[in-house]
Design a binder for this molecule. Structure first.
Ligand SMILES: Nc1nc2c(ncn2[C@@H]2O[C@H](COP(=O)(O)OP(=O)(O)OP(=O)(O)O)[C@@H](O)[C@H]2O)c(=O)[nH]1
Ligand SMILES: [Mg+2]
Length: 387
C-alpha cells in the first residue's frame, strides 16, 4: 500500500479469529490469493468511531507489538482521514484489513457539506481501481475500495437527524452501508428498542439502501443467522478497550458504572458481537462481492456513460465546502483591500496638507528674504547718501 502514514500490524494468532471461516462462506473466489478488506467509519464527532475500531482490533487480533502508540492514539480527536492497515493470518489464509477512520462532523460551521470529502474518498478508490484495470499490464493492483461503511448514529433516543438522512442516502448509493447506534450504554433498554424502531422506519421511508446479508437458500442455519442479523439492524454498540471485572470475577471488555458494567460482548447489552460477526466472521466475503459486483460496477458504468475510455475524471471544482471557504476568503480579501484603500487615502490627504504647509512656509521664507533684501538695499542707498 502506497499511502503515507499507514500503520502496519501483522499478527498471527493462536486462538482462531474467524478469518478461516471465509472459505465456508457463500462464494469461493479470492481464497487462494488472500483478500483485501476495507472498512470505513463515518459519523458525528465524538460518537466513538475511533474507540470502536480499537475495540474491534483488540477483540479480534492479538496485541500488536507496538501497542503503546495505538493506545495513545485512541484518545486523539480525528482531524484527518486516517488509514490503519493490519494483516491477519490464520491457517494460511490471509486478509489485508484496512480501516479508514474519518473525522466526525460537527467541527465545521456549516455541517451540511462535511460529508463531501468522505463520499469523494469512496469514489476516488473506485476511480483508482478502474484506471488500474484499464492498463494493458495489470499486476498486483492497489485496492482501497471500501467494502463496508459503518455509519454512527448519535444516541439521542429521538430519531435520525436531517444530516444523518442526507449522509446515509449518499453513502448508500456507493457503498455497503451499515448503520450503528453509538454508545448504546447511554440509553435504557426500552429507549433503545424505541430508538431502533424509529430509525428503521425513517430508513424505510427515505429509501435508504442498507446492507442486507444474503439469506442462504440451502443452509438453514446460516439463513437463520442472516435473518437474526437483519432483525438487529441498526446494531447498537458499546466501544471500550478497558478490561473490567464482573461481580463473578470474570474480566471483560466494558464500561464500568455505579450500577454495574456495560459489556461489549454481552448480547443483552449491545449488538457488538453481531456486528463483528457480520464484518469479519460470516459475511466478509458477501461484503466484498457486493462491492465488486454492485457498487464498483455502478460506478464504472456511470463513468463509462459520461466519458471516453481512459479519459481522466473531471475534477470536481464545485466542492461546496471549498466553495464556501473560497467565498469567505474573497470577502475577507475585499474587506482588507477596502481598509487599505481608506488608510492610503488618509495618508494621501495628510501628504497634501503637509505639502501645502511646506509651500506656505516656503512662501513666507521667500517673502521674508525679499523683505530682507529690500531692507539691505535701503540701507545701502542710505549709506551711499551719507558719503
Ligand atoms: N459511554 C460510552 N462512551 C464511549 C463509547 N465509545 C466511545 N466513548 C467515549 O466517547 C468519546 C469519544 O470517542 P472517540 O472514539 O474519540 O470518538 P470519535 O467518533 O472517533 O470522535 P472524532 O474522531 O472526533 O470524530 C471518548 O471519551 C470515548 O471514551 C461507548 O460505547 N459508550
Ligand atoms: Mg476519531
Amino acid at each position: 500500500m502506497a499511502s503515507d502514514g499507514i500503520e502496519m500490524m501483522t499478527t498471527t494468532t493462536t486462538e482462531p479469529i474467524g478469518i478461516s471461516n471465509l472459505p465456508n462462506q457463500r462464494h469461493k473466489i479470492v481464497i487462494k490469493k488472500g483478500a483485501n478488506f476495507t472498512l470505513m467509519v463515518v459519523g458525528e464527532s465524538g460518537t466513538g468511531k475511533t474507540t470502536l475500531i480499537n475495540t474491534l482490533f483488540r477483540t479480534e487480533l492479538a496485541a500488536p507489538k507496538d501497542y503503546t502508540r495505538r493506545h495513545l492514539k485512541q484518545l486523539d480527536k480525528s482531524v484527518d482521514i486516517d488509514i490503519i492497515a493490519a494483516e491477519l493470518e490464520e491457517k494460511n489464509f490471509r486478509v489485508r484489513l484496512t480501516v479508514i477512520d474519518t473525522p466526525g462532523f460537527g467541527d465545521y460551521v456549516n455541517n451540511r457539506d462535511s460529508w463531501v470529502p468522505l463520499v469523494d474518498f469512496i469514489d476516488d478508490q473506485h476511480e483508482h481501481y478502474m484506471r488500474q484495470e484499464q492498463q494493458p499490464e495489470r499486476g498486483v493492483m492497489d485496492d482501497l475500495r471500501v467494502h463496508a461503511c459503518l455509519y454512527f448514529i448519535a444516541p439521542t433516543g429521538h430519531t435520525l437527524k436531517p444530516l444523518d438522512i442526507e449522509v446515509m442516502s449518499r453513502l448508500s448509493q456507493r457503498v455497503n452501508l451499515i448503520p450503528v447506534i453509538a454508545k448504546a450504554d447511554t440509553l435504557t433498554p426500552r429507549d433503545l428498542i424505541l430508538f431502533k424502531e424509529r430509525i428503521r422506519e425513517v430508513i424505510r421511508a427515505q429509501g435508504i439502501n442498507v446492507f442486507a446479508p444474503p439469506v442462504d437458500a440451502i443452509d438453514e442455519a446460516s439463513a437463520e443467522h442472516a435473518r437474526a442479523l437483519m432483525a438487529a439492524m441498526p446494531f447498537s454498540i458499546i466501544g471500550s478497550t478497558q478490561d473490567v471485572r464482573l461481580p463473578d470475577g470474570r474480566m471483560v471488555k466494558g464500561r464500568q458504572y455505579l450500577w454495574g458494567v456495560a459489556e461489549v460482548e454481552n448480547e443483552d447489552h449491545c449488538d457488538f458481537k453481531k456486528l463483528r460477526s457480520l464484518l469479519i466472521r460470516t459475511h466478509m466475503l458477501d461484503l466484498m462481492t457486493s462491492t465488486e459486483e454492485f457498487h464498483y460496477e455502478n460506478y464504472r458504468q456511470q463513468q463509462m456513460e459520461t466519458r471516453k475510455f481512459g479519459e481522466p475524471k473531471v475534477k470536481k471544482l464545485d466542492n461546496p465546502r471549498f466553495k464556501e471557504e473560497e467565498e469567505q476568503l474573497r470577502r475577507k480579501f475585499t474587506e482588507q483591500v477596502k481598509l487599505e484603500e481608506g488608510r492610503f487615502r488618509q495618508w494621501e490627504q495628510h501628504l497634501i496638507a503637509e505639502r501645502d504647509r511646506l509651500n506656505k512656509d516656503l512662501e513666507m521664507a521667500h517673502s521674508s528674504i525679499k523683505q530682507l533684501e529690500a531692507e539691505i538695499e535701503d540701507l545701502q542707498l542710505a549709506a551711499r547718501g551719507h558719503r
